[in-house]
Design a protein around this ligand. Structure first.
Ligand SMILES: [Zn+2]
Length: 262
């Protein structure tokens, strides 16, 4: 009897300990899972369209918010593409180099990529529009945001980068008039970026926004066109969205409520 009464509380104490351990483990996982399915965006797309090219968030901080993404640099100095934790700057002369921690982004989308779904391309896509039409089939929850990776040897790909702009900054549309375009054939590499629903107009870029980085990390840019015969596609549905609001005076003097035309 004595043994029973002493062991019974002892078992429940042990059970409580396990329960406590499980709660601690869950508690430790919860923020990490949430952050892993969270897109973090610096600034709003309409602010970028209006010419807010001042770097706001250091790349050191962006690297804490994701290991994958797209964006640009202070002064619109080239295209950013992040893959497997390495952030690259593709300058207007086509040169690609790793972004340093002290560089700043006026606009970026990043998250920690975890493929929820991996598929192969069903049919060859003759152009970017055909590729997008095939990707559409995997957007099973069209009010979510999606991260997309397309790994392939591209028979044809056309990308662009933009030269650094000087103050007073022009609009994005005017800056893009100075873009440099690069065409490549039989180029192995990865398209990476995001699809956003239309309700995020003003804040994000509705539809597909993909950048490219070659396997040898010598070429890249914002994707304008491509042809794809075979590809490995990975999708990551994103259930959370964090907006990093610029704190510079310029942003707070802008009327960012108006929808810009793309
Ligand atoms: Zn872009």
């Amino acid at each position: 009897m004595n043994t029973r009464t002493s062991t019974k509380p002892s078992f429940s104490w042990l059970g409580g300990l396990f329960l406590l351990a499980a709660v601690i483990a869950l508690g430790a996982c919860a923020p990490s899972n949430a952050s892993r399915s969270t897109l973090a965006q610096v600034s709003t797309f309409n602010a970028l369209q209006m010419g807010l090219f001042d770097g706001d968030v250091p790349y050191a901080r962006l690297k804490q918010l994701g290991d994958f993404g797209i964006g640009t640099f202070d002064g619109l100095d080239g295209e950013m593409v992040a893959l497997d934790g390495v952030f690259y700057q593709v300058k207007a002369d086509g040169k690609v180099s790793p972004a340093t921690d002290d560089m700043e982004a006026p606009f970026a989308d990043v998250h920690f990529f975890e493929a929820e779904r991996s598929v192969t391309l069903k049919n060859p896509a003759k152009n970017y529009a055909e590729l997008q039409a095939q990707l559409d089939q995997f957007l099973t929850k069209p009010n979510n945001l999606y991260a997309i990776k397309v790994k392939a040897v591209f028979p044809y790909i056309k990308v662009r980068s933009v030269p650094r702009q000087n103050e007073p900054f022009p609009t994005l549309a005017d800056a893009i008039q100075q873009q440099t375009e690069f065409e490549h054939e039989n180029m192995p590499g990865t398209l990476g970026g995001y699809w956003m629903p239309k309700y995020l107009v003003n804040v994000g870029v509705p539809g597909y926004h993909l950048h490219f980085i070659s396997d040898d990390k010598q070429h890249g840019g914002h994707v304008l066109d491509c042809r794809v015969d075979k590809a490995e596609i990975s999708m990551d549905a994103l259930e959370h969205f964090t907006l990093v609001i610029p704190q510079g005076d310029t942003f707070h003097q802008m009327d960012v409520s108006a929808t810009q035309t793309q």
